[in-house]
Design a protein around this ligand. Sequence first.
Ligand SMILES: CC(C)(COP(=O)(O)OP(=O)(O)OC[C@H]1O[C@@H](n2cnc3c(N)ncnc32)[C@H](O)[C@@H]1OP(=O)(O)O)[C@@H](O)C(=O)NCCC(=O)NCCS
Length: 189
Amino acid sequence: MTRTERLILRRWRDTDLEPFAALNADPVVMEHFQGLQSREGSDAFVGRIEAQWEAHGWGLWAVEVPGVAPFVGFVGLWPADYVTGQPMVEVGWRLAHPFWGHGYVTEAAREALRFGFEDVGLDEIVSFTVPQNERSRRVMERIGLIREPSRDFDHPRVDAAAYPELVRHVFYALDRETWRGRQAPAAPG
Ligand SMILES: CC(C)(COP(=O)(O)OP(=O)(O)OC[C@H]1O[C@@H](n2cnc3c(N)ncnc32)[C@H](O)[C@@H]1OP(=O)(O)O)[C@@H](O)C(=O)NCCC(=O)NCCS
């Protein structure tokens, strides 16, 4: 579990399953995905998230906003090896619509970068989305990810016949040294 100024970033609880299924069935949240997720699909995703934490010690946090809501969505790190076949870790996010517009994702994602670079020891963290997902791109830019057009790609898991507008993905990345160079120096003494 990790705390930031306004948030608790934690492992998942059974009580998260219902609100998570609700946001995965919300057409506004899922606008840039291949359809809505069923309750079964949503629960299975949580199972994969917790299996990732157990196996590797990093993954997607459940995000809690004390005094506001016990579960608002997820932010964290997720394996993205399938993009190129090489080991790759993305920072990702999905929030219930009533909680958009408060900077919660930006706050949690900054902690995900710190956690990934300092605690997990990653060399690089990437992120990607469809070009039209402007809110997600704004988060990427706000947390300092660098746009790398030469690494844009066609998503291998998108059904191109059914969802042609979801195939092409814009790519952003940040390496540890660049991230470290931007952190405020420690106070002397
Ligand atoms: C992508 C998504 C997570 C972004 O949510 P968000 O609320 O825009 O992101 P944040 O929580 O960082 O909030 C940032 C917004 O809050 C505003 N804000 C208010 N208080 C703020 C604060 N203290 N700090 C930072 N931003 C603040 C910002 O101005 C910004 O709004 P703007 O982009 O209109 O300028 C959300 O839209 C979502 O869940 N979408 C569906 C799932 C999805 O597409 N996931 C990504 C797939 S790649």
